[in-house]
Write a protein that binds this ligand. Structure first.
Ligand code: GRG
Length: 294
């Protein structure tokens, strides 16, 4: 099975479960529930859930045991996309090939849909903690994922990004900003999966290295795609970094420099992946992501 076939298998598993966590139902608070469902179930590569389930499996756990955490992580990721697209942040009209949440439902509904996804994520992980036979491992995973999503992780990185855009933070913080904004949720997936399976520190460290390398390469590729990607394939607006005068890896290294850096990081990721016995999917995924078009 190729990496993209396996990714799509994990994506189907995730989407079936996400459907159950945000069912179609008639509620008085329907509008926010519908907006959350619109963004959560409207496409996306489901990369973070796949990584979480794969790392859990590689460390002796099962994909099923990891599924609630994988879904929770996708809810956190989706909330971050909804909020990032808002007029007070990136102000984007397109996401995952459709109108952004606030364009489709209005601003306050999009804000609340993001909040609803974030809270549901913690509810789902809390419930999984109550249901599991290994609550200590699940609690460690929950604590790790929470840290990665918060001020010492993704929210911290988003803050740095916006400060940088306002000229209030120097460009020397670019790598640190990306490590938090993009890298932290990938670490949540990779290390979170290991922790759930009760993996030893050495494997958690290898997962962290893999996530760090893939995360930075992923962001650099994102910066390149904003310049030379296709809006139709990407499902979002391109050229917005240049429009907003943003400091990105393209402005820092140039397109050729970006390609070299992505290759170097992908080699580091492959090296880290090889510390796991059955590493084919991790290796193929890292290589596929290095050249991704969406
Ligand atoms: C609002 C707290 C808060 C954080 C926002 C996610 C994010 C942080 C910003 C979005 C802009 C951006 C370039 C983020 C870097 C990470 C990234 C490339 C996200 C897109 O992830 P994919 O490609 O998206 O996995 P899909 O749609 O496939 O899930």
């Amino acid at each position: 099975m190729t990496a993209t076939e396996k990714l799509s298998e994990y994506a189907q598993l995730t989407e079936r479960a996400l459907n159950g966590y945000f069912p179609l139902e008639t509620l008085p608070q329907q509008r926010t529930a519908e907006a959350a469902r619109y963004s959560l179930l409207g496409g996306g590569k489901r990369l973070r859930p796949a990584l979480l389930m794969e790392f859990c499996r590689l460390c002796g756990g099962s994909a099923e045991q990891a599924l609630p955490f994988a879904c929770a992580l996708e809810m956190i990721h989706t909330y971050s996309l909804i909020h990032d697209d808002l007029p007070c942040m990136d102000d984007d009209d397109l996401r995952r090939g459709r109108l952004t949440c606030h364009k489709a439902f209005g601003e306050w509904t999009a804000l609340l849909a993001g909040d609803a996804l974030l809270n549901r994520a913690y509810e789902v992980m809390g419930q999984a903690l109550c249901d599991t036979k290994s609550p200590h491992d699940a609690a460690r995973a929950l604590a790790y994922i929470s840290r990665c999503a918060g001020i010492y992780g993704m929210i911290g990185g988003q803050t740095m990004d916006l400060q940088m855009e306002e000229g209030a933070l120097e460009s020397k913080y670019l790598a640190e900003m990306v490590a938090l904004k993009t890298g932290a949720l990938l670490s949540a997936a990779c290390v979170g999966g290991c922790l759930l399976a009760g993996a030893p520190d050495i494997l958690c460290q290898a997962a962290e290295t893999y996530a760090r390398s893939v995360g930075l390469a992923f962001q650099i590729r994102d910066d390149v795609l904003d310049v030379e990607g296709s809006e139709q394939v990407l499902g979002k607006t391109t050229g917005s970094d240049a429009r907003d005068g943003k400091i990105t890896y393209v402005t820092a290294l140039g397109l050729e420099g970006c390609r070299r850096k992505i290759d170097e990081l992908t080699k580091e990721a492959l090296c880290a992946a090889k510390q796991f016995e059955d590493h084919d999917f991790l290796c193929e995924l890292a290589s596929w992501l290095a050249g991704r078009t969406h």
